[in-house]
Write a new protein. Structure first.
Length: 460
């Protein structure tokens, strides 16, 4: 899911970077992912005081990992063919499987469903044989037709995700249902996902809730279903929104070590949603999620070190966490990392490296990074000066409603930098920025308005 950033602008805004007489508004603030309420909402709750240029701290509490359910990478991890082998299954690290493969093959040919299932594992994972999805599918099917729940689940996952076979939601649903009836918690969870997303079935949140609840009450492998129940209650999808119940389910999954749920518990503690506000508990769970590699948690932990909020300020530690998240394509962290290089915070100043990271985030639609990349092109820092490129990136951000970029594009239209010189177009962008509270844009509107008033003869 593309990360979006929301800024609010008010009174003390205006110092920017002076570029050949133009004022470029930089929002080199710190981007956080935390959000709450509806999927995709970002609600700013903390602000940084004005620095030598405008900085906005975008700390928006986050409960959802981008969708309901399993839309984030971590949340979808159970939907791959990951049911392990049965008794005596050779470990993945073993180097010589020939004897055990012959043993399994003999039993499988005799009709043993566990051996057939293990042959599916052997071929799907390449244990001592070349990986062969067709062979894996053949053996899973033989085991599944004899009622082997893990084989049935794996067939469901193969058909749902198109792993080694054409994607087929009808077949996925069929095998998940069979596996679920045989007690597969993973199948129950993924059935809930299919009903909640309307994959191969009419979307039905009541049916999704039924399967999630069944899986959530299991003694093992229940964390993904518990996490999905947290999402359902946090968003009110098919049930009345209930943050307290959302927190209850998130906490159950978090206590089992589920990183996405740990992150959600953290931000609910930070926001005081569904539980009493407790920043210490929030930090505990945020760090747990980050240490397990949950991308948004890594980026947000970096931002807390960067700003010195709830933690002692430590730019080197911030960079460490930013790099972890940025390397996974997390645009907030990429943008923040670019700012660290641009300003030389905790690392040697390097405008070319700043441009590299701004560009990575900008190309994936991060409005703040697009605006900052435009600034680098306009000033010729880290790249040859190029007003056309500056205007291109400012326009991308402005079209997303990003107020500093709207102001910057107005300046470029007014001065004819990288675009045709057009006063009315400049006014249009100034008005958009002014509607979001950019004081510099309000001044520009007044200036251009006064310049347009004809002089009356005999009056000064």
């Amino acid at each position: 899911m593309r990360e979006k950033s929301v800024s609010r602008f008010g009174g003390n805004l205006v110092i920017g970077t002076i570029i050949l007489g133009m004022l470029w508004l930089n929002t080199a603030g710190i981007y956080y992912c935390f959000k709450y309420d509806e999927v995709g909402d970002r609600v700013a709750v903390w602000w940084v005081p004005p620095y030598t240029w405008y900085k906005s701290l975008e700390f928006s509490y986050r409960l959802l990992a981008g969708g309901l359910p399993y839309s984030g990478g971590e949340a979808r991890s159970d939907r791959v063919v990951a049911e392990g082998g049965g008794s005596g299954m050779p470990p993945a690290s073993a180097t010589d499987h020939s004897g055990s493969i012959d043993h399994y093959r003999e039993l499988a040919e005799q009709g043993d469903p566990t051996a057939q299932y293990n042959m599916g594992i052997i071929y799907s994972q390449g244990h001592g044989v070349p990986m062969d999805h067709d062979e894996a599918l053949k053996w899973y099917l033989r085991a599944a037709e004899q009622g082997h729940a893990k084989a049935q689940f794996n067939l469901g996952a193969i058909y749902e995700m198109g792993l080694g076979a054409p994607q087929d939601y009808d077949k996925a649903l069929k095998w998940y249902l069979e596996a679920a009836r045989h007690g597969s918690v993973r199948a129950q969870t993924n059935l809930g996902s299919m009903y909640s997303e309307g994959l191969g079935v009419t979307q039905d949140f009541g049916e999704a809730l039924k399967w999630f609840l069944k899986a959530a009450q299991a003694e093992r492998e229940s964390a993904p279903a518990q996490n999905n129940l947290g999402k359902i209650y946090a968003t009110g999808r098919g049930v009345p929104r209930d943050y307290a119940r959302a927190f209850e389910w998130y906490l159950k999954a978090a206590e089992q070590g589920y990183p996405e749920a740990q992150y959600s518990v953290a931000v609910m503690y930070f926001a005081g949603k569904g539980t009493q506000q407790d920043q210490s508990e929030g930090m505990k769970w945020l760090r747990k999620a980050a240490e397990q590699g949950f991308t948004e948690a890594e980026g947000d932990l970096g931002a807390l070190y960067d700003e010195g909020r709830l933690l002692p300020q430590d730019h080197k530690e911030a960079i460490k966490w930013y790099i972890k998240a940025a390397s996974k394509g997390y645009t907030n962290a990429q943008c923040n990392l670019g700012r660290m290089f641009e300003q030389g915070l905790g690392i040697s100043k390097d405008n070319a490296e700043a441009v590299k990271w701004y560009k990575k985030a900008a190309e994936r639609g991060h409005a703040g990074a697009q605006n900052l990349l435009g600034s680098m092109y306009a000033s010729g820092r880290g790249v040859p000066q190029d007003y056309r490129e500056a205007a291109k990136w400012a326009n991308m951000a402005a079209e997303q409603g990003y107020a500093p970029a709207q102001y910057n594009l107005g300046v470029m239209c007014e001065m004819g930098l990288g675009v045709a010189k057009r006063k009315q177009e400049a006014l249009r962008w100034y008005r958009k920025a002014a509607e979001q509270g950019v004081e510099a844009a309000k001044l520009k509107i007044r200036e251009l308005g006064m310049a347009a008033v004809p002089k009356v003869p005999g009056r000064p």
